[in-house]
Write a protein that binds this ligand. Structure first.
Ligand SMILES: [Zn+2]
Length: 505
C-alpha cells in the first residue's frame, strides 16, 4: 500500500490524521532556512541540525524573517485549526514556504518530525494542509531499572520514545530515597531534565505499598511478618532454640517474647540472647531451662507461602520513611505526577504490628491508601497520583490478599493503570470482567498496560474508547519482552486505532 502511494506522508509513523493537498509542489534544498522565534536548546534544534548535516552536509541556518521565501517557520499559535490536546499541530505547505504551527513546543516537535520523516525520502512534496492530534493525552512507558542514570543507553531510549511521541515515562530509582545527598539529587535531576527536553514528562515511581521493594530495601524491619503467638519450643541440652523460619523481625516495633509454661516472661539480655535473626538462633542463659519447653511469640519473615513479598503498612518508621521520600521528591523534583505502585503484595495484616490494631484486612488496606494519599496532598494539592489496578480489583489480586471491597475507600482522585491481560489469558469469564471496566464503572480515570501481547492493545483501545472521558491511554511496559508492544502502543496512543485490528490472530 505504501509503495504504490503517491502521498509521501502515508509513510510517516504515526500517520497524520488529516491531509489535504492541492496540485502544486514544494521542493526544499540546502539554501532553505528556519524561522523559530522561540528557539531553545531543545530537541527541535537538535533534530534540524542532524537532518541538515545528513541530508545536505551543511549547517542549518536560522532566519529572523518568516515572510521570506524558502523558509520553514515554526510558530506557536492559538489557531482554532489546531487540536485541543497538547502535541496537536498544523502544517501548511506552499510552493516556497512551509509553516508548522502548534500551541506548544511539543506540538512543533511532532509537526517537524512528520515533515523530516517525509524529507528523508523526498525533497519534493505536495503542497497542502496537514492537521494532526494525539488520540490520548497520556502516552506512557514504565521503566523497570532500580537505578536510573543518564547513560548513553538511557538517552538513546528516550530519543526513541520522543520519536514515537510517548510523552510520559515512569522512572523507578532509589535516588528518591537519597535526595538529601547532592550527588544523588543531581543524578536524577539530570535524568528529569533530559526527559523534559525531549517533551517527555518524567514521573517518579516508587512503591508505597505492595511488594514494597524500595521501602523494604531501606529497612528490612519493614517486611511484613507473620506473627507466631506463644508457640511451644524445646530448649536443647546446650540452651539453644533454633526456629524453623528463614528470618525473624528483631526490630524496634516488633518484639520477641519468651515465657515459661508457668507464664513468667524471660528478660532479654538477662535470661536469653538472640544469636541470629536469619535461620534464627536463641540462646537461653539459665541452664535450669535447658531441655524444657518454652512459649515463644515472634514475627517471622517467610514469603515462601506467598506469590510475592510485602511491606508492613502499620510500622511508624515505614510512615516516616514514606513521608520523607514523598516530601523530598515533590519539593525537590516538582513532578506533575507520581506513581505509587500499590501492586502485588503477597500478604497483609499478619504481623504483630498489624494485628495489634484489631482491624480487618480491608480496613488496613483502605487506611494505608488514604494515609499515603493525605501525605502526598500535604506536599502537593494538584499532582496526579497513579497506582496499579490489581490490589483494589475484586476480580484480580484483591481476593488473594483478602481485601475485596477496598475499592470503596480508594480516593477518587487517584488514577489507575490496569494490567489485567485479557488478550493473553483469554477466556469468556475474563472478557466479561474486562479489566479496566472495574474502575471505569466506579468513576476512576484508568489506563491499560499492553505487556508484550499485541492483542491487548486492541482490547484496551476498544474499552478505552467507550470510556473516552476517563481513559488515560495505553502504557507500554519495559517488562514487555523484546519491546514487542512499543510500536503498536505508540501507534494506538497517537492515532486512536491500530493496524493490528486488520490482522488475524
Ligand atoms: Zn504488618
Amino acid at each position: 500500500r505504501l509503495q504504490s502511494s503517491k502521498n509521501p506522508f502515508d509513510g510517516v509513523f504515526p500517520a497524520p490524521s488529516k491531509m489535504k493537498f492541492n496540485k502544486s509542489f514544494c521542493t526544499i534544498n540546502s539554501s532553505w532556512k528556519i524561522f523559530d522565534i522561540n528557539k531553545t536548546n531543545d530537541l527541535i534544534d537538535e533534530k534540524l541540525k542532524y537532518f541538515w548535516k545528513n541530508k545536505f552536509n551543511k549547517k542549518i541556518e536560522y532566519s529572523n524573517e518568516k515572510s521570506k521565501h524558502n523558509i520553514i517557520s515554526l510558530e506557536i499559535s492559538n489557531s482554532k485549526k489546531i487540536g485541543q490536546l497538547v502535541g496537536s499541530y498544523l502544517i501548511e505547505i506552499k510552493k516556497n514556504k512551509i509553516s508548522v504551527k502548534a500551541k506548544t513546543r511539543q506540538g512543533l516537535f511532532y509537526g517537524l518530525s512528520t515533515l523530516l520523516q517525509v524529507f528523508e525520502q523526498n525533497i519534493k512534496i505536495p503542497a497542502g494542509i496537514i492537521t494532526d492530534s494525539p488520540a490520548f493525552s497520556v502516552r506512557s512507558v514504565i521503566q523497570i531499572k532500580t537505578r536510573t542514570v543518564l547513560s548513553s543507553d538511557f538517552k538513546d531510549y528516550i530519543n526513541q520514545l520522543a520519536d514515537l511521541r510517548y510523552n510520559v515515562v515512569y522512572l523507578p530509582t532509589d535516588a528518591y530515597f537519597h535526595l538529601d545527598k547532592p550527588e544523588r539529587l543531581k543524578e536524577i535531576t539530570d535524568v528529569f531534565d533530559y526527559c523534559k527536553s525531549h517533551f517527555i514528562e518524567p514521573v517518579p515511581y516508587f512503591e508505597t505499598f505492595g511488594a514494597g521493594t524500595l521501602t523494604r530495601t531501606q529497612d528490612p524491619c519493614l517486611d511484613e511478618g507473620i506473627f507466631h503467638e506463644k508457640e511451644i519450643w524445646k530448649v536443647s541440652a546446650k540452651g539453644l532454640i533454633e526456629l524453623d523460619v528463614p528470618r525473624i523481625l528483631d526490630c524496634p516495633n516488633t518484639t520477641i517474647h519468651i515465657f515459661t509454661k508457668a507464664g513468667k516472661e524471660l528478660k532479654r539480655y538477662v535470661d536469653y540472647k538472640v544469636l541470629s535473626t536469619k535461620k534464627p538462633k536463641i540462646l537461653i542463659e539459665n541452664n535450669e531451662l535447658f531441655n524444657t519447653e518454652l512459649l515463644l511469640s515472634y514475627d517471622a519473615v517467610d514469603f515462601s507461602l506467598f506469590p510475592h513479598p510485602a511491606s508492613c503498612p502499620s510500622d511508624p518508621h515505614g510512615w516516616e520513611l514514606q513521608e520523607n521520600v514523598i516530601a523530598n521528591t515533590l519539593t525537590l523534583l516538582k513532578p506533575k505526577s507520581l506513581h505509587i505502585s500499590q501492586d502485588e503484595a503477597g500478604l497483609i495484616n499478619k504481623c504483630s504490628r498489624c494485628k495489634a490494631r484489631g482491624l480487618s484486612n480491608q480496613e488496613i488496606m483502605i487506611d494505608q491508601i488514604n494515609r499515603v494519599h493525605k501525605l502526598i496532598r500535604k506536599y502537593s494539592k494538584d499532582i496526579d497520583i497513579y497506582i496499579w489496578g490489581d490490589l483494589f480489583n475484586d476480580f484480580q489480586n484483591a481476593p488473594k490478599l483478602g481485601v475485596e471491597g477496598s475499592i470503596k475507600g480508594l480516593p477518587k482522585d487517584i488514577h489507575v493503570h490496569d494490567w489485567n491481560y485479557v488478550g493473553v489469558y483469554h477466556s469468556d469469564k475474563m472478557q466479561t470482567i474486562n479489566q479496566m471496566n472495574f474502575y471505569f464503572k466506579r468513576g476512576f480515570k484508568t489506563g491499560g498496560v499492553a505487556w508484550f501481547e499485541p492483542a491487548n492493545v486492541i482490547d484496551i483501545l476498544q474499552i478505552g474508547k467507550k470510556n473516552s472521558n476517563k481513559f488515560l491511554g495505553i502504557m507500554h511496559s519495559a517488562w514487555a519482552k523484546f519491546e514487542h508492544s512499543l510500536l503498536p502502543v505508540a501507534e494506538a496512543n497517537w492515532t486512536g486505532s491500530s493496524i493490528l485490528g486488520d490482522l488475524d490472530f
